[in-house]
Ligand binder design. Structure first.
Ligand SMILES: O=C(O)c1cc(C(=O)O)c2c(n1)C(=O)C(=O)c1cc(C(=O)O)[nH]c1-2
Length: 243
């Protein structure tokens, strides 16, 4: 029998997954952050990522639905409020919509999600289904990519403001709140995972959940790259830049 790694050793393993697989390594992000994309390509990114944002509260409601403990639910429900807001006109989904419309897209079209890539839909739906069908420990672990998001968000905001004249701080306001929210959420999820992964099998499942989630993020960028960078095959029905 192999010996159970300590919680801190598990954390080291999880951080290594991020270093090796997180979407900061994807070429599409490199192009986005260094000013190498044109406006339609940035619009395609915003349009597609709206679907990810819009489904996060459904994912979190599925996770919450697995929680027996009221204190845990109180903690987790903050995530839903962050994205949905507490009232009309608030929340992260709306802020993302403002990012998309600030780039010139039509709000109703973005909200309809009609123009997103099949690859975006499949990846995001797979994430929601993962959190519905897997045990709570794995569902919580799959959110741990947020440990790595404050760094990439900092690079993205600085890079986009520097390189694109069609981007302003107002357009990127979505990202103002995210690093603090992501740190709060991922500190909590990491602590939960380190406390509750009590067997080697649990720890392996937790690592696999984080790898899965890195794949969810990665395949969304693969789909964008294939459709809008190279070879540039836009799937039937997906958004096409105006000629
Ligand atoms: O900008 C990014 O690179 C990035 C990454 C991630 C992530 O790593 O999952 C999230 C977000 N942003 C984000 O804005 C967000 O609301 C979010 C929720 C979650 C999640 O898994 O529950 N990840 C992320």
């Amino acid at each position: 029998m192999s010996e159970l790694p300590t919680p801190d050793q598990l954390e080291v393993r999880l951080r290594r997954v991020g270093a090796e697989r997180y979407h900061h390594l994807h070429p599409f992000h490199h192009l986005l952050h260094t000013g190498k994309l044109n406006k339609p390509q940035v619009q395609a990114w915003a349009l597609n990522r709206y679907y990810y944002q819009s489904q996060i509260p459904r994912k979190d409601a599925a996770v919450l639905g697995q929680m027996d403990d009221a204190a845990l639910r109180r903690e987790w429900r903050e995530r839903i409020i962050d994205h949905d807001g507490d009232a009309e006109g608030e929340g992260g989904i709306l802020r993302w919509l403002k990012l998309a419309t600030g780039l010139g897209l039509d709000a109703d079209y973005v909200r309809s999600t009609k123009g997103i890539l099949p690859g975006t839909r499949f990846a995001v739906d797979a994430y929601v289904n993962f959190c519905r069908s897997k045990p709570l420990l794995e569902a919580v672990a799959s959110s741990l990519t947020e440990m790595f998001s404050p760094d990439i968000i900092g690079q993205r905001v600085a890079g986009m403001l520097q390189h694109y004249d069609f981007v302003s701080p107002e357009i990127l306001a979505y990202f103002n709140k995210r690093p603090v929210q992501a740190k709060r959420d991922s500190d909590f999820a990491l602590d939960y995972v380190k406390t509750h992964a009590r067997t080697v099998a649990d720890q392996q499942a937790v690592i696999a959940a984080l790898e899965f989630k890195c794949g969810v993020l990665w395949s969304q960028l693969d789909a964008l790259h294939f459709a809008y960078v190279e070879p540039g095959h836009v799937p039937p029905g997906a958004w096409k830049p105006e000629a």
